[in-house]
Design a protein around this ligand. Sequence first.
Ligand SMILES: [Ca+2]
Ligand SMILES: [Ca+2]
Length: 214
Amino acid sequence: MSKKTGQAAPQALLHCGFTLVELMVTLTVIAIVAGLAAPSLMMLAPDMALRSAARDLYAKLHEAKMQAIKESNRISVRFNGSYYYIDADGDHAYTPSAVDTFTDTNGDGVYNPGEPFDDVDGNKVYSGETAISFTDYGYGVDRGTGNATANWNDDPCTQAGVITFNSRGTSGSGTIYLENRNQDISYAVTVVSAGSIRIRKYSGATPFNRNFWQ
Ligand SMILES: [Ca+2]
Ligand SMILES: [Ca+2]
């Protein structure tokens, strides 16, 4: 009995020893990988924020287009400073709810997704127009062209102030350019007159080359 116990103990120790070594090796590998990954992740974050902003803008433009077709009406997406919104009532301005009140967490004067609101009319959504603020993405995301000094046709980059879809879902053409605090890469979200929406990315390369718009 005691002999058996005596044999078991070194085995247990031995096993523990291997586990500890394995654990240390694993931790070391994790530390090295994390050490390598952290700076590149920090560099990637502004670009990821910019890409999110471009994709959200694409989605909002598509939503406006669908709304125009559904309501058989002209629907505009309007850009004002660092925010944009679907001008649902067509009064050419941002329109807050007449009844629901909200807390302007980011201080931009308009209701943004996620800001707390008092649901006075009880319909469970903020009943005014909802604005997307570029500043909410962080990393200096805002309208701008980064290192792109022209567009893919070598024409000047002109920021659209408003994109209007008509009842057939078609639109005047226009582009919104977005950059981040690195101000190298940029995104262009374009609506063409047939109503289709496209996202392009400029690689950030200098000197400017229109072929780096993709
Ligand atoms: Ca309005
Ligand atoms: Ca706000």
